[in-house]
Design a protein around this ligand. Sequence first.
Ligand SMILES: [Zn+2]
Length: 138
Amino acid sequence: MSDRFQKGFNAHQHGLLRTLYGELVPRLEYIRVRPGWHRLVDEMFAQLGRLPDRRGLRVARVETRNAGVLAIETTGLAAGAEDMIASTKEAARTTCEHCGKPARLVVKVSAPFIELGDRLLCVDCAHMFHKEIAHDHG
Ligand SMILES: [Zn+2]
């Protein structure tokens, strides 16, 4: 089996964000989050894009570093941007990386064909993911 929840952003959404906010949004390959966090990232760009003075601001990278840890690298400054980025990171700490529902559990991953690293998941996704990993071992 393969990892059904690989890190990567929705290409269609990325295209829309690029159209709306241009260089504020990094290239597709620099947004590395699983599907459950796509909405958080989408909303963050929408908020940053509405800042009145964001000429110097660029988001260089958005990446899942660890279970519940969203890393966001920026260059330049825009008043208000730090608060928006902080609240996005805060929301990620309680959001399932697979489906976007409230998260409860950290699942440790050690199966072949699955990217290594802990994941923050809701109860349903954790059960399902444990099953998939176990099935892979059998
Ligand atoms: Zn879930």
